[in-house]
Design a protein around this ligand. Structure first.
Ligand SMILES: Cc1cc2nc3c(=O)[nH]c(=O)nc-3n(C[C@H](O)[C@H](O)[C@H](O)COP(=O)(O)OP(=O)(O)OC[C@H]3O[C@@H](n4cnc5c(N)ncnc54)[C@H](O)[C@@H]3O)c2cc1C
Length: 434
């Protein structure tokens, strides 16, 4: 009942545990907007291209506006680089050796009606024993992830490779064969690059996912880790920054990560919509609702997204290009077929009003968005995607994407991992009860 349509052949058992989920872009935006409301300044499309040094110590950064090419220098008591997988680029400017191992993780997205789930499901991949997840996310079903060395330039946005598509389809096929899912069912894809500390392990998945804070010649780098622990990571960075900021007020380690929202939204909105807006937009949710035009508190067909979210994001969330709006403010590019092409006219009308784009600008933005969607959020050409059914039936002759271990070892490792996770879950459950 909890995992309908799951293939139970050879299934010896299962365990149940609780986890949290988020929309990463909205989490980041909420943190940023709350920081700005508290007196901070946030800018986008600005790159730190160099560090300013005096007597070997970093005292500021050289910035470039990526929309105009203009550069400027900013001096600071401390420079904190939270640049993820790109962190080595700034570290090299203070003569440090690279220490990161960029690992790509890619995903497939299916419509929920085609891949219905009662709740998230996780299991060992049949080919290499890694854990893969299939979960309901904002009205679609998300399958991920892979964990492979990313050798492409970090200047280019990552995309799923044909081998990764086959790897994820093999996982789906092994546990949900009765759904007979094919590539025609895939709505969208996306990939990201994890900043993982390189210890030279043969298996990328064996590298630790811990975060690090390094202070090197006045440059404080904070990288690695998980979204789950972002508050803890920020606290560690602040503690390390204290060395350069003796007047910094005492850190309140118990302060909540996000501001509390005390004002509820009008109760004509369903409870699920109120929770969605407050979670994603925090105190701005009320202004978002107030800015909605007639009919915009309804959802965009086949999504949970309100038209009002699109208007609000275009008006007040620093949108520079159309892909900011459709991929990183609201996620229509991931949730709708062909990145939302069917909504083109209505989105155009909204952008013309909120962003002041004339027809020429709109056409240029639309072309750019379509190009990006095709290159980074759609499937690679079908004829280069390996046949995952053959991989499943003849695994010994097929190179495994991620993990080079033999099948026997894999089964043992997977078994041990499963046992360890079950024990941790049991321990957490007991602790909670205590
Ligand atoms: C495939 C995948 C799956 C994941 N799954 C999970 C999960 O299930 N749970 C979980 O908790 N975490 C997960 N994570 C980890 C999570 O995404 C990261 O912990 C988080 O994104 C790290 O945030 P960050 O701000 O440190 O780095 P990033 O999110 O990488 O942000 C760094 C930013 O710095 C910018 N930047 C880089 N260089 C410069 C420069 N010179 N000047 C200006 N800006 C610059 C980049 O453009 C980028 O926006 C996953 C990551 C990936 C890739």
């Amino acid at each position: 009942m909890l995992a309908p349509r799951l293939n139970v052949q050879d299934l010896a058992g299962a365990f149940h545990y609780f986890d949290a989920q988020t929309d990463d872009a909205r989490l980041v935006l909420r943190v940023l907007r709350e920081a700005v409301a508290a007196g901070g300044t946030a800018v986008n499309y600005i790159s730190a291209i160099d560090l300013i040094r005096e007597e070997g110590q970093v005292v500021g950064v050289q910035l470039r506006d990526e929309t105009t090419g203009a550069t400027t220098a900013v001096r600071a008591k401390i420079v904190i680089s939270a640049t993820g997988a790109w962190a080595d680029e700034l570290r090299q400017k203070v003569d440090q050796e690279p220490r990161l191992r960029p690992l790509r993780g890619s995903h497939l997205i299916f419509p929920q009606w085609r891949f219905p789930l009662a709740q998230a499901v996780s299991f060992n991949h049949p080919l290499d024993g890694r854990f893969v997840f299939i979960f309901p996310w904002d009205g679609v079903t998300l399958v991920g992830t892979t964990d492979v060395d990313h050798s492409d330039s970090l200047d280019e946005e990552p995309h799923i490779t044909p081998g990764e598509v086959a790897y994820l389809m093999a996982a789906v096929e092994s546990r949900y064969p009765s759904l007979a899912l094919t590539l025609d069912d895939v709505l969208a894809t996306f990939a990201g690059v994890r900043p993982v500390i390189n210890t030279g392990k043969a298996d990328p998945s064996a590298e630790s996912r811990d975060h690090v804070v390094w202070l090197e010649n006045g440059l404080l780098t904070v990288t690695g880790g998980k979204l789950t622990t972002f508050r803890l990571i920020a606290l560690d960075a602040l503690k390390a920054a204290r060395a350069a900021l003796p007047d910094m007020p005492k850190i309140d380690e118990d302060a909540p990560a996000l501001n509390e929202v005390t004002e509820d939204l009008p109760d004509i909105l369903p409870e699920a919509v109120r929770r969605r807006l407050i979670g994603r937009y925090g105190v701005d949710a009320a202004a978002l609702v107030a800015a909605a035009q007639p009919g915009e508190l309804g959802t965009i067909p086949n999504t949970n997204v309100l038209w009002a979210e699109l208007r609000w994001a275009a008006r007040s969330e620093g949108v520079v290009h159309l892909d900011d709006l459709l991929l990183r403010r609201v996620r229509l590019g991931l949730l709708l077929p062909q990145g939302g092409v069917a909504l083109k006219e209505r989105i155009q009308a909204l952008c013309q009003v909120e962003l002041g784009w004339d027809a020429e600008r709109w056409n240029a933005e639309w072309q750019l968005y379509r190009k990006r969607w095709e290159a980074n959020y759609s499937l690679p050409p079908r004829d280069v995607i390996p046949d995952w059914r053959t991989m499943l039936h003849k695994p010994e002759t097929t190179p495994v994407l991620v993990n080079k271990r033999g099948r026997g070892q894999t089964a043992i490792a997977a078994g041990l991992l499963g046992t360890a996770v079950a024990l941790i879950v049991l321990y957490l459950g007991l602790r909670k009860r205590l």
